[in-house]
Design a protein around this ligand. Structure first.
Ligand code: PGA
Length: 250
């Protein structure tokens, strides 16, 4: 019932030459059994959207401002992302929460702006290693869910990405039991807050060191509807087997 989603987060990587990775990806997956989303740096969104027009590859941003427009030098609004051809935006990534001190309230304001611009908000959350070791993971996730996710979210305009901070870019991956525990918790939270239709319809992605060789195992976990992939989304030859593993997952 939930269509799977493979999303790539290029972070601060990619120049014009990297657009050829999108062409390669689109031609390798002309009719995928999953939704595909690539979030390149803002400088490439318009060109990426052009390159991917008519293909199953959707393009997204990595952040947006909470306001529609105004005196915010260097920032980009959700409306601008949509105008450039983006259909989604990653919000609340731990690198933004850390590097730019974004709070969950900031993330919620940005998600509201994304929804107003017609974008799907891919809201990220996850615990630090210290929080996990203190057995605080579900408390942390519960707080991030309550504060980061806007009330008017729907199954179409919201995707949640669970990304344990200690797994991002480290090659360390939680056990399938650990992933399953958090994803089940998120599902239950969404169902009780939004009702079962919306709660069951929202896609839940796992993110953090997803690679071609661990993707199938991660995708076998119930309530994992796809992945948010960093490093392994930069090259079509790495991302493509992850997409295949997702398509083949039950
Ligand atoms: P990674 O990053 O796949 O390189 O660990 C994931 C992310 O930060 O979204």
């Amino acid at each position: 019932m939930r269509r799977k989603l493979a999303a790539g987060n290029w972070k601060m990587n990619g120049l014009t030459a990297s657009l050829s990775e999108l062409t390669a990806l689109a031609s390798a997956h002309p009719d995928p059994a999953a939704d595909l989303l690539i979030c390149p740096p803002a400088t490439l969104i318009a060109a990426a959207a052009q390159v991917c027009a008519g293909s199953p590859l959707a393009i997204g941003g990595q952040d947006c401002h909470a306001e529609r427009s105004g005196a915010h030098t260097g920032d980009i609004s959700a409306e601008m992302l949509a105008d450039s051809g983006a259909s989604a935006v990653i919000l609340g990534h731990s690198e933004r929460r850390e590097d730019h001190e974004e709070s969950s309230e900031d993330v919620r304001a940005k998600a509201r702006a994304a929804h107003a611009a017609g974008l799907t908000a891919v809201i990220c959350m996850g615990e630090s290693l210290a929080q996990r070791e203190a057995a605080n993971t579900l408390n942390v996730i519960g707080g991030q869910l309550s504060l980061s996710v806007p009330d008017k979210s729907t199954a179409e305009n919201l995707v949640i990405a669970y990304e344990p901070i200690w797994a991002i870019g480290t090659g360390k991956v939680p056990t399938t039991a650990q992933i399953g525990e958090v994803h089940d918790f998120i599902r239950t939270h969404l169902e009780s807050r939004f009702g079962s239709d919306v709660g069951r319809g929202v896609r839940l992605l796992y993110g953090g060191s997803v690679k071609p060789d661990n993707a199938a195992e991660i995708f076998s976990v119930p309530n994992v509807d796809g992945a948010l992939v960093g490093g392994a989304s930069l090259k079509a030859t790495d991302f493509s087997p992850i997409i295949k593993a997702l398509e083949e997952s039950a």
